[in-house]
Structure formats: structure tokens, C-alpha cells
Design a protein around this ligand. Structure first.
Ligand code: 5RP
Length: 223
């Protein structure tokens, strides 16, 4: 099976965690797109979704699924999202699709985070994938310098030569050369730097379940 087929497999498998009659939290990315497409098959059994990006909102609405503002919903039973990396404790690096801030918000309002990923995403130590950090534009140079002091190489994400602008109107810094051995401490530290909106380490909002697409089928990891 190729990577795309593995993503479709876990997207379909995630339907078992969707609670009929309720609102489901929906993440962002190519794996989640497979989940959204699968979710259309049970759209009449759910109230709707809270979405973590404009892209997912558009895809959900195009399939006839109602999208609620997160402020309208007090708690979600489950949040389903992908990851750029996940370790053996359920800690993740996320934000490759620049949706990390809204993803962390929806994850925080959910009782359970179900991560859907192909097996290439499972790692021993987080940090090989460039870590996304959403920043207030006027702070990007200072945040980049802070990472350089840690021995890492950070740069502003660009699109057609201009800074990438997130759904929240902010910029993204991508950080290479990190070995995140203590994700909880790292997330706490970087979250306190002035100008950092969200760091893409999800240790506080970690996954409880990972549906991992492998050559042998879907493996369920529990953390
Ligand atoms: C978007 C994310 C995605 O979950 C992450 O980038 C994985 O994406 P994909 O499923 O396309 O590999 O965090 O901000």
C-alpha cells in the first residue's frame, strides 16, 4: 500500500470513534481529508463538527456537514487529527499544514485525541520534522535568534517569496536541528517566549489513541 492508501485506511478506521448524535472535532491535513470524506457517509448520524482550519471547514461544508464555532460548544467527546511526528508516549509534532493553533484549541476542548497517521510518522524522538511555531509577525526575528541560541536553525516559512500567513493572520517559523527529549518541558519553555502564539509540540494536548496505517493494516496504539 502506498502512503495515500494508508492515509485512507486510517481515515476510514477513525469513524469508529465518532459518537452518533454528537459534534466531532476535526483536524487538518491530507490524512484528515480522507477522514472527512469518510465522515460524509455518517453525516446524518452526527450533529456536525468543530473544525481546526478554514480548509477543513470548506471541505466539511462542501460535503453537507454542519460546522460549529468552537465557542458554541463546551466539550467534544473526540478530536481526530493527523500529525507530522508521534512518539511512543502520544506526544506529537504538528503544524506542517500551519493549522497548529486552532488544532491545539480544538484538541484542548476534547476529551480524547485520536491521531491518524501512516507509519512513517512514528518516531523515537520528536524533532526530525522541522518544528512549526506560529508567531506574531513582529517577533519572528527574535524567536529565530532564540532557537539559534539552542543550537537549532529556524527560518520564516515563505509562500511565493512572502511570509506564509496563517488562518489567524500570523506567521510560521520552522525549526530544524532539534532533538525534543522532554516534550512537556520544551512546550512549556517555548510557549513562554514573547510573540510565540503556539509551538507545534503537542505534549499537553497529546494523543490518547493513534490509529497507525501499516503494511499489515491499522494498528491501534494507546497512550
Ligand atoms: C496540520 C497538521 C497535520 O495534522 C500534519 O501536518 C499532518 O498532515 P498530513 O496528514 O497531510 O501528513 O498538523 O497543521
Amino acid at each position: 500500500m502506498n502512503q495515500d492508501e494508508l492515509k485512507a485506511l486510517v481515515g476510514q478506521a477513525a469513524l469508529q470513534y465518532v459518537v452518533p448524535g454528537q459534534i466531532v472535532g476535526v483536524g487538518t491535513g491530507s490524512t484528515v481529508n480522507k477522514f472527512i470524506d469518510a465522515l460524509a457517509s455518517m453525516k446524518d448520524q452526527i450533529k456536525g463538527a468543530v473544525s481546526s482550519s478554514e480548509a477543513s471547514t470548506a471541505r466539511l461544508r462542501a460535503l453537507g456537514i454542519t460546522v460549529f464555532d468552537s465557542n458554541e460548544v463546551s466539550e467534544l467527546a473526540v478530536y481526530i487529527d493527523g500529525a507530522d511526528e508521534i512518539n511512543g508516549q502520544g506526544h506529537m509534532v504538528k503544524g506542517g499544514g500551519a493549522a497548529l493553533t486552532r488544532e491545539k484549541i480544538v484538541a484542548a476542548q476534547s476529551k480524547m485525541f485520536v491521531c491518524i497517521a501512516d507509519e512513517s510518522k512514528l518516531v523515537d524522538t520528536l524533532g526530525a520534522f522541522p518544528l512549526p511555531v506560529e508567531v506574531i509577525p513582529m517577533s519572528s526575528a527574535r524567536v529565530i535568534a532564540q532557537f539559534a541560541k539552542m543550537g537549532a536553525q529556524a527560518s520564516l516559512r515563505l509562500k511565493e517569496g512572502e511570509p506564509w500567513v496563517t488562518d489567524n493572520g500570523q506567521h510560521i517559523v520552522d525549526v530544524k536541528g532539534l532533538k525534543i527529549t522532554d516534550p512537556v518541558a520544551f512546550e512549556s519553555q517555548v510557549s513562554q517566549w514573547p510573540g510565540v502564539v503556539t509551538v507545534g509540540v503537542f505534549a499537553y494536548q497529546k494523543a490518547q489513541i493513534c490509529l497507525l496505517g501499516t503494511a499489515d493494516g491499522v494498528k491501534t496504539l494507546k497512550f
